[in-house]
Design a protein around this ligand. Structure first.
Ligand code: GAL
Length: 451
């Protein structure tokens, strides 16, 4: 149980223009994985491999959003949100990753976006939220030198197709997330490991991020272009110099590795030796990794506490160990820290070139129980309450944060956790696809209506 926040929170404290939204992603929600012309994504193939995803779950049906999007968008509306963040499934529109277009896939996104506009929901389109076409992964995926060519084709197509209707664009969802989990640690699709995969993947992701921004800006009139970064406050376990230095190395990885090249500062090499291997790339690419983003999407879930340890074999240059504190945690085992949320927003704002921040994801999984048609998820209510209060503090201190997206609309396919981790404001019964608004959903509705 989380400590209760006493202060009463009103939506009007954020001003009229502040944008409240809710986020989903294609691979986690759509389902219809092999119908209507869609090709397999890396998550479809990854989930066939033994032991990679809890209980051998897969994203084949997920929340069946593909068929139920109209009702689901009505839920977004009913909860009082003004904006809806979703992603385009790359293999739904380019099933083989090449130039062969799946018109049915394109038509689906047109229908869905039209429905958003009809309901007066502002669409936020994410180009890449982790579901690369499996066909491209066979040729090396994010680690391939062909990546930029593939991504250019995808981004151009989306901008040309949807640019008249969608003005808010997000190029990548958490490049550190998919490169580290997918190409360094092997925990996410495509399940690759090691520096030989990680280093080219981070370089390609940075280049794709900037060039994607340029493509969208050149095609879409009046666009607002952002990209998202995962981030965590990194706290040294003690004041000892070696713990502080360990925290600095982790901070480079978790918080600086992608935003600094995006802002035109190149890689943060001085604080972390392994990046020296990127020296080859640095001088050549610093300019090409830079794009003048209209907003930066901040995605925060937890802080991390680290200490020095010479014994950790994963990344030898790291020499760090995570410390587990006895503090309230979510069902993911993540520390709950509204202060950490506030601190990291402040930190990202301290970059001179960041003009505007939108919190593009924040939320929590808890062990929800559906009883007599009710999910009384008090912990999640408390989580949102405290984090939104921390956000208000940041805003009142003059940080230009203009929006907040809750993660997520409904329980969905939580990557390698399968359907075990529930993050939704709406409960989904995955056997029947029945939706039940959780009490946190009603809490949001009341908060958003507290005008
Ligand atoms: C983010 C990711 C989301 C969601 C969330 C909760 O990193 O972008 O897709 O899964 O974490 O774990």
């Amino acid at each position: 149980m989380v400590k209760k926040a006493s202060h009463h929170l009103k939506v009007t404290d954020f001003g009229n223009d502040f944008l409240w939204g809710v986020a989903i992603a294609a691979a986690q929600n759509e389902g219809a994985h092999d119908s209507y012309g869609k090709g397999p994504s890396i998550w479809d193939t990854f989930s066939k491999r033994n032991g990679r995803i809890k209980s051998s779950h897969n994203p084949y049906i997920a929340c069946d959003f593909y068929h139920r999007y109209k009702d689901d968008l009505l839920l977004v509306k009913a909860l009082g949100f003004k904006a809806f963040r979703f992603s385009i499934s790359w293999p739904r529109i380019l099933p083989e990753g090449g130039s062969k277009l799946n018109k049915e896939g394109v038509a689906f996104y047109h229908r869905m976006i039209d429905e958003c506009l009809k309901l007066d929901l502002v669409p936020f389109l994410t180009l890449y939220h982790w579901d690369m076409p499996a066909a491209l992964e066979k040729e090396g995926g994010w680690a391939s030198h062909l990546l930029l060519k593939w991504f250019t084709r995808f981004a151009t197509l989306c901008a040309e197709e949807f640019g008249d209707k969608v003005k808010n664009w997000i190029i990548l969802n958490e490049p550190f997330g998919f490169t580290s989990l997918g190409y360094m640690l092997g925990k996410h699709a495509p399940g690759k490991r090691g520096m030989q995969n990680f280093l080219p993947a981070i370089l390609n992701a940075s280049l794709a991020q900037a060039s994607g921004g340029q493509i969208v800006r050149s095609i879409v009139s009046k666009s607002r272009i952002g990209t998202t970064f995962s981030c965590s406050e990194v706290i040294p376990h003690t004041h000892k110099e070696r713990d502080i230095a360990a925290a600095r190395r982790v901070d480079v990885l978790l918080n600086r590795l992608f935003i600094e090249p995006a802002l035109g500062q190149g890689y943060p090499r001085e604080d972390f030796k392994f990046l020296d291997k990127l020296e080859l790339y640095t001088w050549k690419y610093t300019k090409r990794m830079h794009f003048d983003f209209d907003f930066i999407g901040v995605q925060n879930y937890f802080p991390v506490v680290v200490r020095y340890s010479p014994l950790i074999p994963v990344l030898q240059a790291m020499q760090v160990k995570a410390v587990r504190r006895k503090v309230p945690k979510t069902a993911m085992g993540w520390e709950i820290s509204p202060d950490g949320f506030y601190n990291i927003i402040k930190r990202f704002w301290s970059y001179e070139k960041v003009k505007e921040i939108i919190v593009t994801e924040n939320g929590a999984a808890f062990k929800d129980k559906l009883m007599n048609g009710v999910v009384d998820d008090v912990d999640r209510i408390e989580y949102f309450h405290q984090h939104i209060r921390a956000l208000l503090k940041a805003k009142q201190e003059g940080i230009n944060v203009t929006g907040y997206f809750a993660w997520t609309l409904m329980d969905n396919f939580e990557w390698s956790e399968g359907y075990h981790a529930r993050f939704g404001l709406v409960h989904v019964d995955f056997r029947t696809q029945l939706r039940t608004i959780k009490n946190s959903g009603y809490w949001f509705r009341d908060f958003l209506n507290s005008r």
